[in-house]
Write a protein that binds this ligand. Sequence first.
Ligand SMILES: [Ca+2]
Ligand SMILES: [Ca+2]
Length: 337
Amino acid sequence: MRNIHDDKDQRVEMERKKTVEMKRSALGPVIDRGGFSLVELMIAILITVLILAGVYTAFVVQQRSFTSQDQVAETQGSSKIAFDMLVNDIRNSGYGYPDDEAPQINGFSGAITLDDGVGPNGSDSITLIGGFRALATVGLPTGQETVEVGQVDGTGAPYLDVCYTSSIKFNDSNRRYISIDGVTYAEVVSISSSSIANCADTERLTLDRPVDKAFPGGRPVYLIEDVTYGLAVADGTNCNNAEAGTICLQRTSGGGSTVTIASDIEDLQFEEIDQDADGNTDRIRASLLARTKWEDPTLEPSTKPYYSTGIDLEGNITPDTDRSRRRIWSMEVAVKN
Ligand SMILES: [Ca+2]
Ligand SMILES: [Ca+2]
């Protein structure tokens, strides 16, 4: 009785397995149909993230490296132009300025004035006086070839007629110092209109002294001006709107303009050199320290043997503990006697 029952159970069980087996084969292998488990999915995401992070890091490093190359080129270029301008002005200082008379030009006298350690980071400044630019030429009435020595107007005042070659003009205040052809110094007392043929833009300058030489028409008339080079700390409004706290190089003219000529400057130093030891300066050594705007991540500060202890320009030490690349420009310039 019991055995018959068992056989029946076995038959039923076999039928059930058969049915299940048939259903399975109709649906395909069960194991291939399974999705990812949550753990598998998370591992896959993690690996993807790690790969992307690696690619991104490589990209950023590459990008920074390119940027830093651009930076170095940019810093070199802009600071070199500014330094050339400075050197050129030192070379031309004293031109048209009468040292024997030593007149005050907007409060300064002497062709070159050095101020030691007055600027940010212990930097120096320099004030140069000279005829750096000709604003006009000597103007003459038609048929006259040279200025009449000691010429005076109807009221007995000495004068010079000029033809402007610049949009900046002489005045009777901060641009009243003139040099005719780099030879004769005079100061403008007042200005009136003039009528010179073939002269598009002319004025009559009443002078504080008579013209002492027969200058031919067309000779240059220079503005004698004081020009100061010095560093300034950016406050967000000056220095061509550079980032506050950075330092720029400015060229300030007593004639009425302050121009930022280089950004990201750290030091500016000058040294007087008396080569023949006669008590008079023969040369000025000018040195400018510029750095890149942004740091270079590939640069290791501690492995920069020279820079790691700070940069020494004429005994003034500028600490250098960051990853910015730097450039020093230095030159000895002969000055006029
Ligand atoms: Ca100094
Ligand atoms: Ca000397």
